[in-house]
Design a protein around this ligand. Structure first.
Ligand code: ARG
Length: 389
C-alpha cells in the first residue's frame, strides 16, 4: 500500500472507516445481508454523505429476508457509484470521484429503451467537448442473467477481418464486429478504419438487438500536429469520450451488469495504445517514416520519437477542438493528490501499479516509485465475461 504521506493522528472516524473496510474486500465470501450492511456502514461513515437511518437498515434486512433482494435508493445508488469509482484499482483519474453524475435508468424495460439511454449518455457526457463523468445504471441482475451491453465502449470503431486475417479498423473490435454482422448489422457501403459500431443490447431473457448510434451523437477529433503539416494527411481521428460499457457494477451485494461509465481521456490511452500498439492501429512505423527517422536499427529509437510526436498530436488536437483531455504528467500528479486525500480520510489507498503508471515516460511519473495494494473493495466495477460467451 502507498505510504500515507499525511501524518494524521487516527481519530474515531478514521478507525471506524478502517473497521468498515475490513468487511468490504470483494474477495470475501459473504451473504447478501452482510454485504448490504457493510455498504450501509460505509455510507454512514462517509463525511458529507446522506447518512443511513436505523429504519432504512431494518427495511433492507427485511427485504433481503423476504425476497432475497433489495433496491437501492437514489442516494445509495449515487454514492455507491462514486465509491465504486474511488475503489477502482486501474483508474488514474480518481481524484474527481465526487463529481460523478449518476443517471438512474433502472426502469428501462426494453432493449430499445436501454439504447435510448445509452445515446443520451453519449450526448450528455460529451457535452459539446466539456466532458462530464457519468454513469447510467440499468436494472440489477435478479435471476441467473441480467441486462448486457455487448459493446466494450458505447463508441468504438469496427474492425473488419478479411479472409487473409488482415483487419480494417480496430483489431480489438474484430470479434464484436463479427457478432454485429452476424446479427444483421449493415456497415457503411464504403468501409473505413473509423466506422462507429452499433450498440448491441440483450435483455435478461431473450435475444440481442442491434441499434445504430445516431451520427450526430458522436463527437470525434481529427488529428493534426502542432508542427508537422503532413500529420493531417495520415487521416487519423478518435472519438471524444471513452464510455466503458461491459463492466459489472457491484454495490452492497447487488450486481448491475449494465452500467456504462465514463471519464475523459488521458492522451496516452489514444497516442500510446489505441493508435500505437502493434495489435491495434500500429501507426508508429508510418509516422516515423513520415518524420524521416525510420530505420531498421531499433537503437535509433525511431519508435520512441514517433510515439512522442503522436502523443503531442493527440493532446494538441483535442485541445484545439475544445475536447477535455488530460496529459499523463498532470494525471499522475492528481492521482498523488487523490492518494493523499484518501489517506487523510483514513481510507486504504488501492491501485494496480501496472495500470496506473502511464505507458510512456513511466519513470517520469511520480507514481513510478510508489507501490500499491491491489485489493478490490466493494463497491467496485468488475470485469465480466463477454456477453456473447
Ligand atoms: N483505455 C480505453 C480507451 O483508450 C478507455 C478506458 C477508460 N478511460 C478513461 N479515461 N476513463 O479507449
Amino acid at each position: 500500500m502507498a505510504e500515507c504521506p499525511v501524518t494524521s493522528v487516527p481519530n474515531a472516524d478514521v478507525s471506524a472507516s478502517s473497521q468498515v473496510y475490513k468487511r468490504l474486500d470483494s474477495a470475501r465470501v459473504m451473504p447478501l445481508e452482510e454485504r448490504a450492511a457493510a455498504f450501509l456502514d460505509l455510507l454512514a461513515a462517509e463525511e458529507g454523505g446522506p447518512g443511513v437511518s436505523a429504519e432504512r437498515r431494518r427495511e433492507v434486512a427485511a427485504d433481503i429476508a423476504a425476497r432475497g433482494h433489495y433496491e437501492h435508493t437514489e442516494e445509495e445508488l449515487l454514492w455507491g457509484c462514486r465509491f465504486a469509482w474511488r475503489h477502482t484499482t486501474r483508474c488514474i483519474g480518481r481524484y474527481f470521484w465526487k463529481q460523478l453524475e449518476v443517471r438512474d435508468a433502472r426502469n428501462a424495460a426494453s432493449p430499445a429503451e436501454v439504447a435510448e439511454h445509452c445515446v443520451r449518455h453519449v450526448r450528455d457526457s460529451t457535452n459539446g467537448g466539456a466532458v462530464r463523468s457519468m454513469v447510467t445504471v440499468f436494472a440489477p441482475r435478479v435471476g441467473p442473467r441480467g441486462w448486457r451491453i455487448w459493446n466494450h465502449q458505447l463508441v468504438r470503431y469496427a474492425g473488419y477481418r478479411s479472409e487473409d486475417g488482415e483487419v480494417l479498423g480496430d483489431p480489438a473490435e474484430a470479434e464484436l464486429t463479427a457478432q454485429c454482422l452476424r446479427l444483421g448489422w449493415s456497415p457503411p457501403a464504403a468501409r473505413s478504419r473509423f466506422d462507429p459500431l452499433p450498440l448491441v443490447i440483450s435483455p435478461p431473457e431473450g435475444i440481442p438487438e442491434v441499434f445504430e448510434m445516431p451520427g450526430d451523437a458522436i463527437l470525434e477529433v481529427e488529428l493534426t500536429h502542432p508542427e508537422y503539416d503532413w500529420f493531417h494527411s495520415l487521416g487519423l481521428r478518435w472519438y471524444a469520450v471513452p464510455i466503458v460499457s461491459n463492466m459489472l457494477l457491484e454495490i452492497g451485494g447487488i450486481q448491475y451488469p449494465a452500467a456504462p461509465f465514463n471519464g475523459w481521456y488521458m492522451g496516452t490511452e489514444i497516442g500510446a495504445r489505441n493508435l500505437a500498439d502493434m495489435g491495434r492501429y500500429d501507426m508508429l512505423p508510418e509516422i516515423a517514416a513520415k518524420m524521416g527517422v525510420w530505420e531498421r536499427r531499433e537503437a535509433s529509437l525511431w519508435r520512441d520519437r514517433a510515439l512522442v510526436e503522436l502523443n503531442r498530436a493527440v493532446l494538441h488536437s483535442y485541445q484545439i477542438a475544445g475536447v477535455r483531455i488530460v496529459d499523463h504528467h498532470t494525471a499522475s500528479r492528481l492521482h498523488v493528490r487523490f492518494e493523499e486525500e484518501e489517506c487523510a480520510a483514513g481510507r486504504p489507498v488501492t491501485g494496480r501499479w501496472d495500470w496506473l503508471v502511464p505507458p510512456v515516460s513511466g519513470a517520469a511519473s511520480p507514481l513510478w516509485n510508489r507501490s500499491y495494494d491491489p485489493t478490490e473493495y466493494s463497491p467496485n466495477f468488475f470485469v465480466q465475461t463477454q456477453a456473447w460467451r
